[in-house]
Design a protein around this ligand. Structure first.
Ligand SMILES: [Zn+2]
Length: 361
């Protein structure tokens, strides 16, 4: 399965040194391998991109795939965009059989979204009441690959605005239960009110996080809580506002305010030292294969280009427990023609892709 011995020469990131790299038995080595085939020379090498928030199996425009070929096509689209690992932030489709497919990126799953009854997109999550949250968190912790995904806030139609889904004491017990199961926890939040309880309870990551305040960012930085801003999806907020305007004018104005502040929130989080990672929220409202757009958006929000690239590559891999281009590591590498630290647009055009030691593109 690991294929023939390979040789690449180029600038290896993040170190930035020109090196010769060999691949043998699916792993990197810096020791020359006689007879290895040279498959790339002269480019910039990264250990692949990471989409830290996407959904494999959810269809564009709603619903989920019934056919595994459709699901596979989504993962292939990510790979062809240079994504060699992705974090699936909740899917109703059992994609476990894709793990045996050598053509596809690594999928690190969060099980299914856990949402309050009628407080999320219909059909995607497990919908429960607070008394079942701890038990369901354990179920999803065992179903996933080390992550659990909570829906932290959503529109409350009785209130007419975003509101937390769970009481603070229940969410704290659920996060503790996930940690006992050896899983990390992340939560979807758009607004502010759900955040203090989640962060205080030791949640590991916040998705979107558009409602983060200076105080909450300070607390996350102190605790090492990460954020995945999904800026390409936040671009949909004005559309959400418009759709809700008539029945929920307060919600609409909240969404417009969150949208207006979204870039500043990302910049403040980065500057405070909060770990920021690149994720697109592909599936549903966003196409797969747009991670380069998200890295660009993080940069435009004020994160320096090299740090934005790290947030969508080696730093994200490390966060997910995956290694970079180093001796003995699994040989995952994407080659670009120009230096992506200087020119993020080169990420749109991967020149050569090696996944688990095999040339796949
Ligand atoms: Zn999502």
């Amino acid at each position: 399965m690991s294929g023939p011995a390979l040789h690449l020469a180029g600038v290896v990131l993040p170190e930035g040194e020109h090196r010769d790299v060999w691949v043998r038995d699916g792993r990197f080595t810096f020791e020359p391998v006689p007879g290895a085939e040279t498959v790339s020379r002269g480019g910039w090498l990264i250990p692949g991109l990471v989409d830290a928030h996407c959904h494999v199996g959810i269809l564009r425009g709603g619903g989920h795939a019934e056919d595994l070929a459709e699901v596979r096509a989504q993962a292939l689209t990510e790979r062809d965009a240079g994504v060699l690992a992705l974090r699936d932030c909740g899917s109703p489709v059992d994609t476990r059989s894709l793990d045996d497919d050598p053509e596809l990126p690594a999928i690190i799953r969060a099980g299914r979204h856990i949402a309050r009854t009628r407080r999320y997109i219909p059909g995607l999550g497990i919908e429960i009441e607070p008394e079942d949250l701890v038990e369901q968190t354990r179920v999803q912790a065992r179903r996933g690959d080390g992550w659990v995904k909570l829906v932290g806030d959503w529109i409350d139609r009785a209130v007419g605005d975003l509101a937390p889904e769970w009481p603070a004491d229940v969410v704290a017990a659920a996060i503790a239960a996930a940690h006992e199961e050896g899983a990390r926890v992340t939560a979807h939040t758009f607004g502010t009110d759900a955040l203090p309880a989640l962060i205080e309870a030791g949640i590991d990551c916040i998705e979107h996080g558009t409602g983060l305040t200076e105080d909450l960012i300070g607390e996350m930085a102190r605790r090492g809580t990460a954020v995945v801003p999904t800026l390409v999806n936040v671009e949909n907020f004005p559309g959400f506002a418009q759709a809700g305007e008539k029945r929920f004018p307060t919600y609409a104005s909240t969404m417009r305010r969150l949208y207006a502040n979204s870039g500043a929130v990302v910049r403040a989080a980065y500057e405070a030292g909060v770990p920021v990672f690149a994720g697109t929220d592909a599936g549903g409202g966003i196409d797969h294969g747009v991670i380069a757009d998200e890295i660009r958006a993080l940069c435009e929000a004020g994160i320096p280009a090299e740090a934005a690239l790290a947030a969508g590559s080696w730093k994200a891999r490390e966060w997910l427990g995956l290694r970079g281009i180093e001796e003995g590591a699994q040989a995952d590498v994407v080659v670009y023609e120009t230096d992506p630290r200087a020119e993020l647009d080169t990420l749109q055009r991967p020149q050569r892709t090696i996944l688990r030691g095999r040339v796949v593109a």
